[in-house]
Ligand binder design. Structure first.
Ligand SMILES: CSC[C@H]1O[C@H](OP(=O)(O)O)[C@H](O)[C@@H]1O
Ligand SMILES: Nc1ncnc2[nH]cnc12
Length: 290
């Protein structure tokens, strides 16, 4: 049993965390690129927290250029044991009205050309993504959002689109046919990379709009989203606080802590040492003794 260090990835509208005690922004460098911003370190109750604003303070990064590899690697280097990501999403379901919080449990990755793995020739790994979120973390997050006063749905499929433009009406309807229930631009490849880095990951989505599938309504625009984001943000901060305070004192191991145990196929004598040096935070526990 050990302790929790929770990485919070703050989405659109969530750029800082006043709830943190003893807080300090620290620069974490990563061999994978530049993280979105410095990381705000502090504590909430008995939990260490590492907060990273996904788009940077001042919302400087377009979704396609959020360096999810650098962000996940930096959070791992900052000692995170688990990650709770927060995101603004559009709704693709009649049941998920703006204002609702949704604990996502599945993803469809429709992003294009984003680096989506830490691995490469010379260190090949295939992790399982059948169950892409940590159910334990997701349950704690849903409970915390309820405690913070939100209407909460547990379980929904998130469609990750490339953006930055919103979907056409035809795309929005298509994604509903695919079974997607919420839509955003950042949940993938973030969730894949968290799994590769053996970090249990949950995504709490805040519904800001109806996207563009409802013929009777105006198509989504960013003004509507910002209005709803502002209405949601105090509840999101309260949720993070309740989430940390609601975690048990001790952290029992998760199977995701060892997701790479049977995932690596490359024979040790074929390992690419340069790549392994970059993988020191993500996968170093497997080869430090090599
Ligand atoms: C502000 S509208 C679109 C923008 O909002 C979402 O960001 P995040 O997932 O970081 O909350 C969406 O994915 C887009 O990046
Ligand atoms: N309708 C939408 N499409 C994509 N990303 C979003 N983020 C918030 N609303 C969205």
């Amino acid at each position: 049993m050990s302790e929790w260090t929770i990485g919070i990835i703050g989405g659109s509208g969530l750029y800082a965390m006043d709830a943190l005690e003893d807080r300090q922004w620290i620069e974490v460098t990563s061999p994978w690129g530049k993280p979105s911003d410095k990381i705000l370190c502090g504590t909430i109750g008995h939990v260490r927290v590492r907060f990273l604003p996904r788009h940077g303070r001042g919302h400087v990064h377009i979704p396609s250029k959020v360096d999810a590899r650098a962000n996940i690697d930096a959070l791992k280097r900052a000692g995170c044991t688990d990650i709770l990501a927060i995101s603004a999403v559009g709704s693709l379901s009649e049941e998920l009205a703006p204002g609702r919080f949704v604990a996502v449990d599945q993803f469809i990755d429709n992003t294009k050309g984003r680096p989506s793995t830490f691995f490469d020739s010379g260190f090949v790994a295939h992790v399982s993504m059948g169950d892409p979120v940590c159910s334990r973390l997701s349950k704690y997050a849903a409970k915390a959002a309820e405690k913070a006063g939100a209407d909460v749905t547990e379980g929904a499929t998130y469609l990750a689109m490339e953006g930055p433009q919103f979907s056409t009406r035809a795309e929005s309807k298509l994604y509903r046919h695919w079974g997607a229930e919420v839509i955003g631009m950042t949940g993938m490849p973030e969730a894949k990379l968290a799994r590769e880095a053996e970090l249990p990951y949950a995504l709490l989505a805040m519904v800001t709009d109806w996207d563009s599938w409802r013929d009777s309504e105006d198509a989504v625009d960013v003004g509507v989203i910002i209005e709803q984001m502002n209405a949601n943000s105090a509840t999101a901060v309260k949720t993070v606080e309740a989430f940390c305070k609601g975690l048990p004192k001790k952290r029992t191991p998760s199977p995701i802590d060892t997701a790479l145990d049977d995932a690596i196929l490359t024979a040790p004598d074929k390992h690419d040492r340069e790549l392994m040096a970059k993988l020191d935070a993500v996968a170093g526990r497997l080869f430090r003794a090599e």
